[in-house]
Ligand binder design. Sequence first.
Ligand SMILES: [Fe+2]
Length: 241
Amino acid sequence: MSADRASDSLTALAADLRRRSAADPALAPFAGLLEQVDRSSARFERPEPCTHATMAHLGPALAAAAGEPALLAATRAVAEAVNWRQIYRGEGVDPALAEGMLAAQIAGQVGILASDSLRTGLFLLAPGLHYPLHTHGAAEIYYCMSGRLTLQHGAGGTPFELRPGDCSVTPPHRLHSLDTGAAPVLLLYVWIGDIDAPNWWWERRPEGGWRRVNWSRTPDGSWVKTRTETVTEAHLRQANG
Ligand SMILES: [Fe+2]
């Protein structure tokens, strides 16, 4: 079950991004890599049950989901076939934030399908959540399937909203933050490029300027906090585009 559903979801997402790439060429590399995922590389046929409290938001998010019919059907089907996990372990993070974000890889390091060239899957965010400004070396697509997501690019950027059927591209190293409102948000995400690079969470220093906290990926696909460093001028230029 899982392998076919993963394959169908990649096909539907790649086709949708391919169509959109006529107007937005930045989407074409994502579509190209999705099309190339080896469909015979399935690791499991049945998902592990997930009893995490945030899973209570998945059903309502799927029920409220909207968008291109083939992608919507494939997303609803694959959501039951993936392994859902809490992605940030708890250390030093507001528990409501760490526990309010679940992800499930469709293809990648721990996905249903294996891939070394991308990571793609579903990202479920609880209502009322603020995922702080962060950067990573990978280029990223967020494709909204359900709820309303407020995104900000750059430290002083103007927030913008993604609604079902909207997608955004975050360039490598660009600062971005995410906020949810009253409804849970369900996204499809795709990472390409430097997909093994760490994730950096930025925070203002009491004495001025910024510091950033390194989150490195573990073998199970989750993130663990390692070290903190001061943000340099070069980091700032890269992060604000
Ligand atoms: Fe991101």
